[in-house]
Design a protein around this ligand. Structure first.
Ligand SMILES: [Zn+2]
Length: 278
């Protein structure tokens, strides 16, 4: 093959890779166009209890979505490979580091959706020192809130700020954090809760953190909120808005607590709720 043919072939391969939809699916890994790969690691499989949820439904109506009063859940940590670097979205409890499914030395940066314990405890060793040598990125709003309030988790928040003090970075909604990773306003589950839109080509995935907690209940009934939502009314609006946006743009949507791998396509069900196809 001469040089011209070779370069034409390479260009068409590159264009193909960039325009094609999701290229391959393993159970917990997807390859998006333009060389971006996303892996979802379940840091702690479990269940959500019905008592955590409230809204307009009766107990009986909730039970219909949560048989036995439970819905399956996960604590997903997402790894995003882009432009030669590997970024982590949230850190879970740290189980995936302990059993070596995540190797801290391979991580180049950590983007935090919000600072609830189940998303940040994995950043710290038991003695409060840092697990990762990479920088951590938290939205300015989220950071301000947790560093100023005295909360139950304040020891955790103080340790985190101290352990990462020389590489603790803040961002604003709309910022491009890495090639193909943009910070999106996902508040007010917490004041600075962030979703991350990942993808350079046609296919994108919205990693929406805690936009919902029990997939079985809150896709069909997005007006139900978890006790963890600091602003329930606002969280209902954001939950619906993010799902509508994902449907309109044909993005995959992912949640930290949706059973692993935690992503799928949403579609309005015409009754104010959504169906979710994992
Ligand atoms: Zn959470």
């Amino acid at each position: 093959m001469n040089k011209l043919l070779l370069s034409l072939a390479l260009i068409s391969v590159a264009m193909f890779a960039c325009s094609k939809n999701v290229q391959s699916t393993q159970s917990n890994k997807i390859t998006l166009g333009c060389g971006i790969e996303v892996t979802a690691i379940d840091d702690r499989p479990g269940e959500m209890d019905i008592s955590l949820f409230s809204g307009v439904l009766t107990e009986e109506q909730k039970q219909a979505y949560m048989p036995g009063g439970k819905a399956p859940s996960s604590v997903n940590v997402f790894l995003v490979k882009t432009a030669g670097n590997t970024y982590m979205i949230d850190a879970g409890f740290g189980n995936a580091v302990k059993d070596k499914r995540i190797k801290p030395e391979t991580i180049d940066g950590i983007f935090i959706t919000h600072k609830h314990g189940d998303h940040i405890m994995g950043l710290l060793n038991e003695d409060g020192t840092a697990v990762f040598s990479a920088p951590i990125y938290v939205s300015g709003l989220e950071s301000e809130y947790w560093l100023s309030e005295e909360t139950l988790n304040s020891e955790l928040q103080k340790n985190l700020a101290k352990a990462y003090e020389d590489r603790y970075k803040t961002f604003n909604f709309g910022d491009i954090l890495a090639p193909g990773i943009v910070a999106i306003n996902g508040a007010p589950h917490t004041p600075g809760h962030t979703a991350f839109l990942v993808g350079n080509g046609q296919e994108k995935i919205l990693i929406a953190g805690d936009f919902l907690h029990a997939a079985a209940l809150q896709f069909p009934e997005p007006t139900e909120s978890a006790n963890f939502d600091m602003d329930k009314e606002g969280s209902v609006k954001t939950r619906i808005a993010l799902m509508e946006q994902a449907e309109k743009n044909d993005w995959l949507i992912a949640g930290v607590h949706i059973p692993n791998p935690g992503w799928g396509k949403v579609k309005s069900n015409g009754k104010g709720g959504f169906t979710f196809a994992p």
